[in-house]
Design a protein around this ligand. Structure first.
Ligand code: IPE
Ligand code: IPE
Ligand code: MG
Length: 251
């Protein structure tokens, strides 16, 4: 499936897909493996999904890798994840760069281990001008923290006399989110059967189509992704308006 599956309309693909990569632990547990084996396998799934977005012409992918709440997991798992992120960046950067992937990280990155921050910085600067796919990874990300931080930045500008309270609008608040001027996701996919947002992109998902699947993240392959895209193409995105057919009828 290098090319887009024939049942998908290339003119109606989402421009931006967000994923909550959930179910790694359960995938491992089902196989009698330690949870970390699930994270390792989940990373392989992610690698292929980035390539898939490139192959199928989806310009932006934003994935949830570690939440501000995930620090509450056992230290052993947290440390493994941090090392895994660092190792993956180290191993995959050259290839991602070669394929034209622009890597960016969203979240409170200053609280992450220093070697990981270094890899992230390197990945971001090296790939900054790539254009095939923008790949955003949310690490130590929490939407409430993100919005709070944006409000604080605006308040500071007001205090310094750079901004009047009346000038604060949706666009100016958005500028201070980690996602900046990036258009919001059209489609959110969450795997593992959970149907919640878990503090992910609360602002940005305001008009996204939500897709929940029972598949566990390590099993979420191209076929499963194609199904999600097909479901997306079957949705009627109204944005508060009527559908075009209804719009044409008398009220
Ligand atoms: C998602 O898988 C990955 C992270 C949160 C880092 P989980 O680790 O949450 O897997 P489950 O939900 O326990 O199966
Ligand atoms: C959300 O998954 C965070 C990531 C996928 C990184 P969780 O497994 O942490 O979410 P909850 O705890 O089930 O809501
Ligand atoms: Mg989970």
């Amino acid at each position: 499936m290098k090319t887009l599956p024939p049942n998908l309309d290339p003119t109606r693909l989402p421009r931006h897909v967000a994923c909550i990569m959930d179910g790694n632990g359960r995938w491992a547990q089902q196989r009698g493996l330690p949870r970390i084996a699930g994270h390792r396998q989940g990373a392989r799934t992610l690698k292929d999904l980035v390539r898939c977005c490139k192959d199928w012409g989806i310009p932006t992918l934003t994935v949830y890798a570690f939440s501000t709440e995930n620090w509450q997991r056992p230290l052993e798992e947290v440390s493994f994840l941090m090392r895994l992120f660092e190792r993956l960046l180290h191993q995959e950067l050259a290839e991602l760069h070669q394929e034209g992937v622009r890597l960016q990280f969203l979240g409170d990155l200053g609280a992450l281990p220093a070697p990981l921050q270094l890899q992230m910085h390197r990945a971001t600067t090296e790939t900054a001008h790539n254009q095939a796919v923008t790949f955003n990874v949310a690490v130590n990300y929490g939407s409430r923290l993100e919005i709070t931080r944006a409000c604080r930045h605006l308040a500071e500008q007001v205090q310094r006399g750079l901004l009047a309270p009346d000038d604060i609008d949706e666009a100016s608040l958005e500028q201070h989110l980690y996602t900046g001027s990036l258009p919001g996701p059209d489609l959110l996919i969450r795997t593992s059967g959970e149907q919640r947002l878990s503090n992910y992109l609360l602002w940005q998902l305001a008009y996204a189509e939500l897709y929940f699947t029972a598949a566990l993240w390590p099993d979420f392959d191209r076929t499963a992704f194609a199904e999600a895209l097909q479901a997306f193409q079957g949705r009627d995105r109204r944005f508060g308006r009527l559908s075009p057919v209804e719009q044409a009828l008398p009220a």
